[in-house]
Design a protein around this ligand. Sequence first.
Ligand code: 6PG
Length: 240
Amino acid sequence: MTGATLREVLPDAEALARRGAEFVLQTCQQASGDLRVCLAGGTTPKRMYELLATPEFAPRMPWARVHWFWGDERFVPQEDPSNNYRNTRIAMFGPAAVPVTHIHPVRTVGTTPDQAATEYERLLQSAYGSATLDPARPLFDVVLLGFGDDGHCASLFPGTAVLSERRRWAAAVVGVKPEPRITLTYPTLESARHLVVLGAGAGKHEVLQRIQRGDDLPIAHVRPVGTLHWFLDRAAAEGA
Ligand code: 6PG
């Protein structure tokens, strides 16, 4: 069972960030009880995260009900500038004083990539209350994803074995990038009431054209059980 696919083109990167922040805010406000949001790494969502921590957004966010997770993490210490948790903490969690108990980073020290993936899987299953994902009860209320020039999303890179992983909720991806990655697998990312793909900048235009042509790219295969949203800025969508 999958939902609709919606596509929005915003005038520029700032408008895209604002649209994304408003979407997360509205989704969190409209839901009842505890929520789970799965964050994207990389640079695209940075401004969106910053906006959520501003006086315009932060007072309206139900921070006490939202739990934050990541779709992937670089297996580097949390002080490393490439660590996704670090960058989200700087952009949003610090300024917004988000409860530490609601932030669930991947462990990247004192363990191995494979053990970290298993540990994260257990953390997710504990939060969900089951080791079996039910399409009628998505794990995440919102999943945010960016995509790379090669069409990867999270750390689901083209041509890697993790693309066909349907049993594990998280896996280690070693040897593709200089640092090992921990990534959620398709079934986990797709267990989403709303999955939002973010794309900004002319650099994303060519890969978007490949996606629209139906090329076999990881991001093109994402099928959330809920609604799939594409939020793009004009430079990405039109290349100018
Ligand atoms: C990561 C991300 C990755 C990212 C894309 C796009 O850890 O790098 O999870 O999947 O979303 O590479 O990155 P940009 O937003 O920097 O273009």
